[in-house]
Design a protein around this ligand. Structure first.
Ligand SMILES: Nc1ncnc2c1ncn2[C@@H]1O[C@H](COP(=O)(O)OP(=O)(O)OP(=O)(O)O)[C@@H](O)[C@H]1O
Ligand SMILES: [Mg+2]
Length: 267
């Protein structure tokens, strides 16, 4: 794909005997929002961790912003990571640091900025995600939605080209979900960041995604939400029509539901 910012080329990933990806090939378009959907344990977090170079595939290539990261040394990988913002499931903020210090940390580590400049930047990002008067609070003193917003602010504070968000909607009430959605959309449009979001949340996916990668036990399907919604396969279309327990739905779907059309790639 010409405009792909991240490319998976026949990536195989296994943990011991547990094969998670069996040759995943897909491109994630530049400056667009891609959503990775799939049941629990289908490999959504693993896809994001592969891009960050936190785990390494058994075979295949992963190209991030033009670099084949499977060939890079740890030092070279460090430079690629500077292009990435990561908002990881659960572990995004350090519990022992205040919200201010959590946001300031990547600036202190990676940017040549004075403390006054850092404070201004932290407050600008907190305001952008709708948080105020939280400088001295610890993550444990924030609500779930506020933690997600703080984590998002932290992930974008170094102005990455690519933002990886692992389950930004999990555990949130519908209003907080909409709020995070709006934030992600605004960040995508204004900062022109390429986004990869892993999610179980189908209504959000339908609203947000330019592209969807659906990880299923028997294969992977990629396409726009409209393409998947309009799929002639009732089980694919049905997946997008209602919010189902994907893990159960995925287990229940027999291989016959995955016809070998050009949009289907076996993983
Ligand atoms: N570091 C690891 N060591 C061993 N197995 C792992 C490791 N990371 C992931 N796995 C396994 O790989 C599979 C995919 O895990 P992954 O976390 O990517 O799933 P997921 O789609 O993100 O699930 P969830 O929706 O529950 O977050 C699981 O079976 C998991 O147990
Ligand atoms: Mg996960």
């Amino acid at each position: 794909m010409d405009d792909a910012h991240i490319i998976f080329d026949n990536v195989r990933m296994a943990f011991g005997d547990r094969e998670v990806l069996r040759g995943l090939s897909c491109g994630f378009p530049r400056e667009k929002i891609s959503v990775i959907l799939g049941g629990s344990g289908s490999g959504k977090t693993t896809v994001l961790r592969l891009i960050g170079g936190l785990v390494h595939p058994q075979s295949g290539r992963i190209i991030v912003a033009g670099d084949d990261i499977s060939r890079l040394s740890e030092t070279q990988m460090y430079q690629v990571r500077e292009k990435l913002g990561m908002m990881f499931q659960g572990g995004a903020l350090l519990d022992s640091l205040t919200i201010f210090d959590n946001l300031a940390m990547p600036l202190r580590e990676h940017m040549n900025m004075t403390e006054a400049e850092i404070a201004a930047e932290v407050h600008q990002q907190l305001t952008a995600v709708g948080l105020s008067d939280v400088d001295d609070l610890l993550p444990g003193q924030l609500s779930g939605g506020m933690i997600k917003r703080a984590a998002l602010a932290r992930a974008i504070i170094t102005k990455p080209e690519i933002l990886l968000c692992d389950e930004p909607f999990s555990g949130l009430d519908p209003i907080s979900v909409k709020r995070i959605e709006a934030l992600l959309q605004r960040i995508n449009r204004h900062l022109r960041i390429t986004m990869l979001i892993s999610s179980h949340h189908i209504p959000s996916t339908m609203r947000l995604a330019d592209m969807v990668v659906l990880l299923r036990p028997d294969g992977v399907v990629c396409g726009s939400p409209a393409e998947l919604h309009g799929s002639p396969d009732p089980h694919i279309a049905g997946f997008f029509n209602e919010e189902v327990d994907e893990a159960i739905a995925a287990e229940a779907a027999p291989a016959a539901f995955f016809p070998a059309t050009s949009r289907w790639v076996h993983a």
